[in-house]
Design a protein around this ligand. Structure first.
Ligand SMILES: NC(=O)c1ccc[n+]([C@@H]2O[C@H](COP(=O)([O-])OP(=O)(O)OC[C@H]3O[C@@H](n4cnc5c(N)ncnc54)[C@H](OP(=O)(O)O)[C@@H]3O)[C@@H](O)[C@H]2O)c1
Length: 253
């Protein structure tokens, strides 16, 4: 396949780093964003060996001007992405108040980063002068399909953020809306609804997860890249508006 230019938001995170690494290894040019200068410095060092094939940009995407500024940066460097992966998220928004409720600011923040920013960025790239945009993948969650199962959590009221799933459900619907609205421009828009990926949780959590999941385990980090890769490839040229469940069967029973 011809090398592409792929913009991946949140390239310094758990999902972002393996995605950036994979597409660079495939020979694609990868542009990625992260929020903090510390993260940017780390990934600039990590991916320095790819030279001009790798571009790291610091952007707080919750900033109202962030998408415009990012587009100006891309335009000024003559970068016109073929593919977009909307992946960035902030764990900071997933807090639950001591009374067990989701605060308005965190609800709005989660919705902003998970739904509004992917919308704005997709449309901005679709309307870029001489746009090359052909394929968008939104990184979703099984919690956009099914509600959080209280049996998974030691303290369900405080550990399963309701607004996360609500925002991911909206992201799955955004995927359909954008697939329809951008189809005349030849742009495919799809979503991958991932299950939990091991790494940030303790052994007790992993065991409870295994009991509740048909495949009997959490996803492994090396299972993140494949579904995104295939949706961005020519193999899926007939697929748009789809949310692909990659959750070990969590959402089927
Ligand atoms: N982890 C899982 O098990 C899991 C499961 C299902 C779905 N997902 C989904 O996978 C995606 C990636 O999750 P992750 O676990 O990789 O997250 P993560 O490790 O917390 O990484 C988040 C990334 O987003 C960036 N970011 C944070 N706040 C930002 C902001 N305000 N503006 C711009 N960028 C910002 C971070 O940059 P800094 O490094 O500078 O903070 C980082 O690059 C998310 O959409 C998440 O919902 C994750």
């Amino acid at each position: 396949m011809k090398p592409r230019t792929i913009l991946i938001t949140g390239g310094s995170g758990k999902f972002g780093r393996p995605l950036v690494s994979h597409f660079l290894e495939m020979g694609d040019r990868v542009i990625t964003t992260c929020r903090s200068s510390e993260s940017l410095e780390k990934i600039l060092v990590e991916f320095a060996r790819y030279g001009e094939k790798f571009v790291g940009i610091q952007a707080d995407l919750t900033d109202p001007e962030a998408v415009n500024t990012l587009m100006e940066t891309l335009d000024s460097q003559g970068i016109r992405p073929d593919c977009l992966v909307n992946n960035a998220r902030s764990l900071g928004f997933l807090k639950i108040e001591s009374n067990g409720l989701v605060g308005r600011e965190n609800f709005a923040g989660e919705f902003l980063l998970d739904v509004i920013v992917p919308y704005e960025l997709t449309m901005a790239l679709g309307r870029q002068k001489n746009s090359q945009l052909r394929s968008v993948v939104n990184i979703g969650s099984m919690y956009g399909t099914v509600a959080a199962n209280p049996h998974l959590y030691a303290d369900p009221a405080r550990q399963s953020p309701l607004h996360y799933g609500v925002a991911k459900a909206a992201l799955a619907h955004l995927t359909k809306e954008l697939a329809v609205r951008l189809s005349n421009n030849g742009v495919q828009v799809n979503c991958v609804a991932f299950g939990g990926v091991e790494g940030r949780v303790d052994e007790a959590f992993k065991q409870r997860y295994a009991q509740l999941c048909p495949m009997g385990r959490m996803l492994k980090e090396d299972e993140i890249v494949g579904p995104v890769d295939v949706l961005l490839s020519d193999k899926c040229s007939g697929v748009t508006g789809h949310t692909l469940a990659v959750d070990g069967g969590w959402s089927v029973w």
